[in-house]
Design a protein around this ligand. Structure first.
Ligand SMILES: Cc1cc2nc3c(=O)[nH]c(=O)nc-3n(C[C@H](O)[C@H](O)[C@H](O)COP(=O)(O)OP(=O)(O)OC[C@H]3O[C@@H](n4cnc5c(N)ncnc54)[C@H](O)[C@@H]3O)c2cc1C
Ligand SMILES: *[C@@H]1O[C@H](CO)[C@@H](O)[C@H](O)[C@H]1NC(C)=O
Ligand SMILES: *[C@@H]1O[C@H](CO)[C@@H](O)[C@H](O)[C@H]1NC(C)=O
Ligand SMILES: *[C@@H]1O[C@H](CO)[C@@H](O)[C@H](O)[C@H]1NC(C)=O
Ligand SMILES: *[C@@H]1O[C@H](CO)[C@@H](O)[C@H](O)[C@H]1NC(C)=O
Ligand SMILES: *[C@@H]1O[C@H](CO)[C@@H](O)[C@H](O)[C@H]1NC(C)=O
Ligand SMILES: *[C@@H]1O[C@H](CO)[C@@H](O)[C@H](O)[C@H]1NC(C)=O
Ligand SMILES: *[C@@H]1O[C@H](CO)[C@@H](O)[C@H](O)[C@H]1NC(C)=O
Ligand SMILES: *[C@@H]1O[C@H](CO)[C@@H](O)[C@H](O)[C@H]1NC(C)=O
Length: 466
């Protein structure tokens, strides 16, 4: 405690001495109202899955934090739709978790009940391109399991990918095959249709480099597919984040807030933030950055040449979701593409309409980020095609009750960049300029394994630097 006060004082001094030469407009802000300058051990940008987890755990280690989140809730993709009349909840984003101690501990500390995920309900296959039902049966679970067993023998060749992005150079040729090429090479067609549904947001699935497939379809994911996933008993993943928000406290969580500018060049970091209560200056020892690191998504950052050059190489998929009323569908419908390779439908398009309390939960994937209005229009056009093909008429027209964009999703780089040591250079940024990075780009799109990654990798190097 005493140490922290000493530190804050010394940083205040260096901050003010910096102002003498720098002459930043922050001067007026800091002197006019001392409450607008906030001292913390760590400032975390982005309060999604990894930002929230990192902040909670830093507090466990007695570090003070400020979490800067642009949306008006913590949790990132963990949105919950709440029916306004019944309060019934539907997870719009994150639903399932792996059976890992890091998961059960996290939910238990916040008294959020979790339970095994029930088997998926009944489902019919439709070619969403035509709206027509198709006579299609996916590979049996035995066939899927047999293919996954073979897949696992390949996965096990790359143990260093399980907890990190450690590659050996030249990169093994199998890691640079597309999923489609890998499936052909090893006769794994029986795993493709289910993988299309498990790897939502990866598009086009058959073009994804095996490096990213092995990262996502990792041994924890395979275990979950075999043993079953966990899910929140009250189908409300947001509950975890409401509890985390309360635990962190209103002096640590800044919602509806955005970075105006930052300076990471000194012995600590200074971040100017626009909050609903006006601009604030956050002075911290270290910064943890968790937004998807596209340059366009890091407004206000003082990016170095290295950071800009690396982040500029990412490309992203589009992934969207929503809830629609009055579709008239009486059963859940999944997209199938008969006649296409492995019967996998072409995206952009919806993955499925999953019926829940008469409402349709929809997820939509795209190889590229699309305008939200185009996605919504394409989804409604698909609903219309299906209604026509099935002869459905309802009193009221289909209506959006919720729509969320999860884009940019699933940031990847080209095989050339991977071979050129992209991930070594990316990880070399860790700790530089008082900055630590966390989030899906550094591991994979999976909350459970990202919390494990935070425990095993991010927290140790961050705590050692504090
Ligand atoms: C529809 C959907 C379903 C999913 N289902 C599951 C599932 O069932 N199980 C599972 O384990 N994983 C699931 N995932 C994946 C999981 O959500 C991600 O792996 C995880 O959220 C990644 O964590 P993150 O911290 O990197 O990013 P996020 O959780 O997205 O957090 C990033 C946060 O940063 C904020 N932000 C962005 N830019 C800025 C900025 N400039 N300034 C301030 N804040 C900013 C965002 O608003 C967001 O809150 C799903 C994802 C989606 C989209
Ligand atoms: C600073 O915040 C404290 C506690 O919220 C409050 O009592 C005080 O009046 C504030 N000072 C200014 C200058 O606004
Ligand atoms: C945090 O502080 C509390 C109270 O001072 C102390 O009991 C605890 O051991 C500290 N935890 C760590 C990880 O240092
Ligand atoms: C964030 O903004 C929304 C509207 O955009 C508002 O409803 C909400 O109350 C705000 N939350 C905070 C904490 O400022
Ligand atoms: C829904 O929740 C709100 C606030 O949480 C409560 O006031 C209301 O009574 C609830 N409605 C029902 C039908 O349970
Ligand atoms: C990855 O490489 C780093 C350093 O290069 C090393 O410290 C770490 O142990 C490696 N991780 C794995 C899982 O091999
Ligand atoms: C490929 O796998 C199928 C099962 O999906 C099997 O019937 C067939 O014999 C395999 N072919 C080869 C060449 O291994
Ligand atoms: C869905 O539509 C029906 C019929 O129009 C209506 O009665 C119901 O309230 C709607 N549900 C929601 C959550 O808006
Ligand atoms: C397939 O992926 C590569 C990068 O790995 C990309 O350059 C190419 O455009 C992709 N093709 C399609 C059809 O998406």
């Amino acid at each position: 405690m005493h140490l922290r006060i000493l530190w804050a004082t010394s940083l205040t001094l260096s901050f003010f001495s910096g102002l003498v030469s720098g002459g930043d407009s922050v001067t007026g802000l800091a002197s006019a109202d001392p409450n607008d300058t906030i001292y913390r051990d760590v400032v975390v940008i982005g309060g999604g899955s990894t930002g929230t987890y990192t902040a909670v755990r830093l507090r466990d280690y007695n570090n003070t934090v400020a979490v800067i989140e642009k949306k008006d809730f913590l949790g990132g993709h963990a949105e919950t739709y709440v029916d306004p009349t019944t309060n019934y909840t539907i997870n719009l984003g994150v639903v399932v978790f792996a059976q890992l101690k890091v998961v059960t501990d996290y939910f238990a500390r916040f008294n959020v009940p979790i339970e095994p995920l029930a088997a998926w309900g009944t489902n019919e296959y439709v070619d969403f391109a035509t709206g027509k039902a198709v006579n299609y049966t996916p590979p049996s679970s035995e066939a899927f399991g047999a293919a996954l067993t073979t897949y696992t023998t390949h996965l096990e060749k790359y143990p260093a990918l399980q907890g990190s992005f450690n590659l050996t150079y030249p990169v093994e040729t199998d890691l640079l095959l597309t999923f489609g090429e890998f499936v052909d090479k090893y006769n794994l067609s029986d795993m493709v249709p289910q993988t299309f549904r498990v790897n939502q947001g990866f598009a086009p699935l058959l073009n994804i480099s095996m490096l990213y497939m092995f990262k996502y379809l990792n041994s924890d994911e395979i275990d979950s597919l075999a043993q079953g996933f966990l899910t929140t008993t009250r189908h409300d993943t947001q509950e975890l984040y409401r509890q985390a928000t309360a635990f962190l406290g209103s002096d640590s969580v800044f919602l509806n807030s955005s970075v105006l500018s930052m300076d990471r060049s000194g012995s600590g970091v200074q971040v100017r933030v626009q909050t609903p209560a006006g601009p604030k200056l956050i002075v911290a020892k270290k910064l943890v950055s968790t937004p998807p690191p596209l340059v366009a998504n890091l407004a206000g950052y003082d990016l170095s040449g290295d950071e800009t050059a690396l982040f500029g190489q990412f490309f992203a998929n589009g992934y969207y979701g929503g809830v629609i009323n009055n579709t008239g569908f009486d059963v859940s419908l999944s997209n199938a593409g008969p006649g296409q390779p492995y019967d996998v439908p072409t995206l952009p398009g919806p993955y499925a309409f999953t019926m829940n309390q008469g409402l349709a939960l929809v997820h939509y994937g795209s190889p590229t980020v699309l305008p939200e209005e185009d996605v919504k229009a394409d989804i409604l056009a698909t609903v219309e095609r299906i209604r026509e093909a099935r002869g459905i008429v309802t009193d009221a027209a289909p209506e959006w009750l919720a729509f969320v964009s999860h884009a940019p999703f699933n940031l990847m780089v080209s095989n050339e960049a991977i071979q050129d040591g992209f991930y070594e250079k990316l990880f070399a940024l860790q700790g530089r300029r008082n900055t630590f990075y966390n989030g899906a780009v550094w591991h994979t799109q999976d909350s459970s394994v990202l919390w494990q990654f935070t425990e095993d990798y991010v927290l140790p190097i961050l705590l050692a630097a504090l």
